[in-house]
Design a protein around this ligand. Structure first.
Ligand code: FES
Length: 256
């Protein structure tokens, strides 16, 4: 697999929740190589910004690549305001990606932006005759990207959405929901979201077949600066190069 630098035109920039956008880019080189769980670095060149930012790939086709952008700062705000026809600079695909096993029964667990890499994974599992149920957690109801959730529901009847607070039928976090699930129904688990969420899941999923996609602050994104190093049971690893997907049992959660 080749990491390439591609100039991509914005095809669409759609608001999908109170703070979420899906940015659809024209791409042929990166899109055709990307595996679920991999990410790209995108250049953000607004005022006072010259950094690239890492984003999990939300979806791909032969001609396009989509990113889920949650507005959390200047760079993501700049991306959320890009118009169709704008050109952005992408490097990718980066990182390792999830293992997609056919004919499996999987449970996907995502929090917030974690929905990004789980979307492509869910599609690939569906194409591989695997059933993928899902638990999603959001902070509040207005952050739920309803159309995206409906996409997951088309691929599985077992999609559960929970929110920390607000007016919504199911209140609580993903750990609360996981406690209600019979884990024996699944042979694989995939988790993606904030580190504190992944850490909280560890005691419940420990020793099962679990892959986690880690979020980390990244500078270079290609293994050069060592800014994203974590401790694992096999020693130091770089999230951008050795991950972002790791086996849950391999991460030293006490040091995260
Ligand atoms: Fe530079 Fe990972 S971001 S080594």
């Amino acid at each position: 697999m080749n990491v390439v630098n591609e100039k991509c035109e914005v095809i669409r920039n759609e608001r999908v929740s109170s703070d979420g956008h899906v940015l659809v880019l024209n791409s042929r080189d990166i899109s055709r190589q990307t595996l679920p769980g991999q990410f790209v670095e995108i250049g953000c060149y607004g005022e006072d910004m010259i950094l690239r930012r890492p984003f999990s790939v939300f979806d791909v086709s032969n001609e396009s690549l989509s990113l889920f952008i949650k507005i959390v700062g200047k760079g993501t705000k700049w991306l959320s305001e890009l118009n169709s026809g704008s050109i952005v600079d992408l490097i990718g695909p980066l990182g390792n990606g999830f293992t997609v096993s056919s004919n499996s029964r999987s449970l996907l667990i995502g929090g917030g932006c974690g929905i990004a890499s789980l979307n492509l994974l869910s599609r690939k599992l569906f194409d591989s005759n695997s059933n993928a149920d899902t638990i999603f957690g959001f902070s509040k109801p207005e952050e739920i990207p309803q159309e995206i959730i409906e996409g997951f529901q088309k691929r599985s009847n077992g999609v559960l959405v929970t929110v920390d607070k607000g007016s919504y039928p199911i209140i609580g976090n993903v750990v609360d929901r996981l406690k209600e699930v019979d884990l024996e129904n699944y042979d694989r688990f995939y988790c993606c979201g904030p580190t504190r969420m992944l850490k909280a899941l560890d005691p419940f999923l420990y020793k099962r077949e679990v892959e986690v996609s880690l979020e980390a602050r990244m500078a270079c994104g290609i293994g050069v600066c060592y800014g994203c190093t974590i401790n694992t049971k096999q020693g130091s690893k770089r999230v951008c190069l050795d991950g972002p997907v790791f086996k849950m049992e391999e991460v030293e959660w006490n040091e995260m």
